[in-house]
Design a protein around this ligand. Structure first.
Ligand code: NAD
Ligand code: TYD
Length: 356
């Protein structure tokens, strides 16, 4: 079996659902259920004995040690993190705790666990660390995309905490021989993403008749990857990635934020027409401090070594995503209750241009 951390969040829950849809190997899913963790994402697994959900914190050493001892997994797939840049600007403390202390704790627990395994068990074990392209910092319009050898230069508290965790993972391989592999992936989108991130936030606001808050001039560029493609890439890295290596994972889809928002509006105009085009709801608001201008991924290594390429194009992935949100308005309404409104006020009220 495998131990997944953060498997009630966006990418983690997509990974767990895909994993159990394509095989029978059980999953122990350790998740703290922060605001971003949602047991509803896993509702279709109710009663499925292959899924063992554990409500707990990756920083809890005794808990992690006992889970490893009890279940003896052949791999840890580590998604658990604080993941939202804007939240890291308003409150970096949780990012340091979960992303750095939490990863340190998992590495130490994995090291202690492996010391009890035989040579074959040690050699076949994998610690798969799920990371981001944001650790590489920002690119100019003419720079080549990030490769695995691009120097790390994080600019936000979020990306700095992820870069720190990447360094720990690397060091535990070099120093202690822990069989680690790391994926540095670009921006994901798709079903089950919490509506604080660009794409689900814009869909939710559009349908609610609210402004679509584009930061700054909207010309910041991100590479976008459909979440199912990221999950497939991670399965390949887990199966065949070389210990100690990092793999950049991307969609070959560089888009300016404003173009992404236009695409969303046009899809909604087609699938859920309103009296006026959704584009009329676009509102330019004060930029994010330290906003990285451009991310781009050179994903040739994972293609060359592991034969992975994304299956979705931006057009097919975005259409599926918009349709999923239209079909799951109850899910959206439920996650928008509670803490959500408080976050929206914190992030948007003070921005000039924000009519929110
Ligand atoms: P998310 O915020 O949707 O989910 C994070 C999950 O981790 C939640 O279920 C949360 O409850 C859990 N969690 C948080 N702190 C925890 C703790 N201390 N102990 C146990 N569980 C805890 O995040 P996501 O978008 O699914 O991202 C998953 C991983 O992928 C993160 O490591 C992130 O850095 C990385 N990543 C995300 C993207 C993206 O576009 N979303 C891109 C590249 C890499
Ligand atoms: P986000 O989804 O937060 O991901 P990240 O910051 O990790 O790339 O944001 C994606 C891009 O969209 C980023 O350049 C910031 C921008 N953005 C907006 O313009 N408005 C918004 O309300 C949000 C949440 C993001």
């Amino acid at each position: 079996m495998i131990l997944v951390t953060g498997g009630a969040g966006f990418i983690g829950s997509n990974f767990v659902l895909d994993w159990l849809a394509s095989g029978d190997e059980p999953v122990v899913n350790l998740d703290k259920l922060t605001y971003a963790g949602n047991p509803d994402n896993l509702a279709s697994l109710a009663g499925d004995r292959r899924h063992i959900f554990v409500h707990g914190d990756i920083v809890d050493r005794a808990l992690v040690a006992s889970l490893l001892e009890q279940h003896r997994p052949r791999a840890i797939v580590h998604f658990a993190a604080e993941s939202h840049v804007d939240r890291s600007i308003h409150g970096p403390g949780d990012f340091i705790r979960t992303n750095i202390d939490g990863t340190f704790n998992l590495l130490e627990a994995a090291r202690a666990y492996l010391s009890t395994r035989d040579v074959a068990g040690k050699a076949s074990f994998r610690f798969l660390h799920v990371s981001t392209d944001e650790v590489f910092g920002t690119l100019s319009p003419t720079d080549p995309p990030f490769s695995e050898t691009t120097p790390v230069a994080p600019n936000s508290p979020y990306s700095a905490s992820k870069a720190a965790s990447d360094h720990l993972v690397r060091a535990w391989h070099h120093t202690y021989g822990l069989p680690v592999v790391t994926g540095n992936c670009s921006n994901n989108y798709g079903p089950l993403q919490f509506p604080e991130k660009l794409i689900p936030l814009m869909i939710a606001n559009a349908l609610a008749g609210k402004p679509l808050p584009v930061y700054g001039d909207g010309q910041q560029v991100r590479d976008w990857l459909y979440v199912g493609d990221h999950c497939a890439a991670l399965r390949r890295v887990l199966d065949a990635g070389r210990p100690g290596e990092t793999y950049n994972i991307g969609g070959w889809n560089e888009k300016a934020n404003l173009d992404v928002v236009h695409t969303l509006c046009d899809l909604l105009d087609e699938l859920k027409p309103a009296a006026a085009s959704y584009r009329e709801q676009i509102a330019f608001v004060t930029d994010r401090p330290g906003h990285d201008r451009r991310y781009a991924i050179d994903a040739r290594k994972i293609e060359r070594e592991l034969g992975w390429r994304p299956a979705e194009t931006f057009d097919t992935g975005m259409r599926k995503t918009v349709q999923w949100y239209l079909d799951h308005q109850d899910w959206v309404r439920k996650v928008q209750s509670g803490e959500y409104q408080q976050w929206i006020n914190t992030n948007y009220d003070a921005r000039e241009g924000s009519p929110a």
